[in-house]
Design a binder for this molecule. Structure first.
Ligand code: NAD
Ligand code: ZN
Length: 267
């Protein structure tokens, strides 16, 4: 193991829990307050929602460039909405896991200021996180491309596809930011401000390959924050940017971290 806690990659079940020394290093940074979290698809993997990289999974059947790009949606909305019928069923069944509830607890304990998420599954909010910045929108909503009206995206509402706006008849689009679209300006500005001012940043379950979300740890590091990464395997950031690498599944690592902080604050 090297100084930032890195162990060789392996299947998640075989990975031992992060050692107490690494947990304490992370906890010490979080105890300073003004921590923020940046989360990605890995945080929801234990809720049964596949990440892009899951072998043989959802995104192999529906390649993102064919199903998650705005031009692909405009070219064939029905094809993309067909994928959403399946995805909406999966999202409706998903429940928050220990990673989501742990981050909500850290906010409640006033250690964590906010969660910036690339996920669109609404699970941070369901777990009780109050300040959630959605970088890539929310799949519980859809929006009319003609008049801008939004409404809930439910399985029953998308039985007939593509769904049409109830007030103007325009084409409805899932409320997520597709490739080729811009990140909502307020989310972008707020996350950059938080990244500049935080004392520590928890980067959990993201492969850190999708920009501009991937620039947030760089901004935080440049401004002096401690970067704590939680992932089943190292990422492009791990060697160069990360101060404490906690290897393991997001649910178990965040649960341990939260328990560690709770134990520390009561004693
Ligand atoms: P990604 O699929 O590129 O990377 C997932 C990362 O999570 C990987 O680094 C992987 O090693 C790690 N991981 C997998 N299981 C884990 C676990 N149990 N615990 C900890 N880490 C784990 O996802 P990304 O970096 O979030 O970027 C991809 C884009 O995909 C985002 O823009 C997001 O909008 C979209 N997406 C969202 C969802 C969702 O809403 N739940 C699901 C899939 C994709
Ligand atoms: Zn409309």
């Amino acid at each position: 193991m090297d100084s930032n806690g890195l162990k060789p990659a392996g299947p998640s079940e075989d990975i031992p829990a992060p050692d107490a020394r690494q947990l304490e290093r992370a906890a010490a940074a979080i105890r300073k307050g003004s921590a923020i979290a940046v989360t990605g698809a890995g945080v929801s993997a234990e809720s049964g929602i596949p990440t892009f990289r899951d072998p043989g999974g959802f995104w192999r059947k529906y390649p993102p460039e064919e199903y998650a790009a705005y031009s692909a949606f405009l070219r064939d909305p029905k094809k993309v909405w067909k994928m959403w019928q399946e995805r909406a069923a999966m999202l409706e069944q998903a429940r928050p896991n220990d990673a989501h509830t742990g981050l909500a607890a850290l906010e409640e304990m006033r250690y964590l200021q906010a969660v910036i998420t690339q996920n669109v599954d609404n699970l941070h909010q369901e777990a009780g996180s109050r300040r959630v910045i959605e970088y890539h929108g929310n799949a519980r909503q859809m929006v009319c491309l003609e008049c801008g009206r939004s409404e809930p995206l439910t399985r029953s509402r998308i039985q007939e596809i593509p769904p049409k706006c109830r007030s103007c008849g325009g084409l409805m689009k899932p409320g997520v930011v597709m490739f080729e679209e811009f990140i909502p300006e307020d989310a972008l500005a707020e996350s950059e401000r938080l990244a500049m001012g935080c004392n520590s940043m928890l980067v959990a379950g993201t492969s850190a390959q999708v920009y501009p979300a991937a620039s947030l740890p760089q901004i935080a590091k440049y401004n002096g924050a401690t970067i704590i990464e939680i992932n089943v395997e190292p990422t492009d950031f791990t060697h160069d940017l990360v101060d404490v690498f906690l290897q393991g599944s997001a649910g178990s690592v965040i649960r341990r971290l939260t328990e560690h902080l709770k134990a520390g604050s009561s004693g």
